[in-house]
Design a protein around this ligand. Sequence first.
Ligand code: ATR
Length: 279
Amino acid sequence: MRARVGASTVVAGVVGAPVRHSLSPLIHNAWLEAVDLDGVYVAFAPPAERFGAFCEGLRGGAIRGLNVTAPFKEEALALADEPSARALAAGSANLLLFETDGRILADSTDGRGLLQAFAEQAPGFDPASGPAIILGAGGAARAAAAAFVEAGAPEVILLNRTQARAKATAEALGPPVRALTETTKTALARANVLVNATPAGLAGSAGPTVELARLPSTAVVMDMIYRPLRTALLEAAASRGCRTVDGLAMLIGQARPSFEALFGRAPPAIDVRTLAEAA
Ligand code: ATR
């Protein structure tokens, strides 16, 4: 067993506000320990208005990089010198890398995490075989929509509490993304997949108001929320016979390529899900 932290330890972490309940340190440190890699992954919660200054102070590689969570993902993209094509499409970055020459690189691994979650929990699901309906129109919805477009979805429909915002987000992404125009029932009846990208249902709050009665039982339903793991939306979908995908699978799915970028090797195949569930 190596000494936990020393002079050559690579430091990385997650930044958000709040970040105290983040499962990312648990996941990344479990991977680091399993491969005996000299690194540590911590959590930072700068005051929201100081996020830009906080990142500027890290230029030059004081730490290797950061995962970024709410509410900083859009700002993280904006401050980067070199955003990846995926981050630009997602309109946000969940990963910043601080290069030794001072550059800040930004990437988004959220879309890969989302698709990985489907691959694990709904094997055989094909994003290209029908319309995707995304609940929400914020950063999370945009990242999900971009991932489905990249995966070949023929139609991506944004259904949001504020219709004008759905239109604006859809226009930013362009076809095949569009805001809902038909009735919700008509759209749901054709859906291949439904994703909740709103905070509705978080920590026991009321879930999305969408009525699942018309959703075909072949559709897969995903909730980005992982507290609770089995949201009311997922329970309702399962009781209709739909396969479900949870937010913890996405969290772990986005963490894998993040770990590789931060520490230079793929994470080991250990069961971090059971650890995260226990936490
Ligand atoms: P994020 O970056 O995590 O997506 P966001 O940009 O604040 O966060 O967007 C949150 C999204 O969830 C928005 O689409 C919001 O709807 P509005 O555009 O009408 O504000 C949606 N949302 C938030 N709380 C909601 C709730 N209780 N019910 C339904 N939609 C909700």
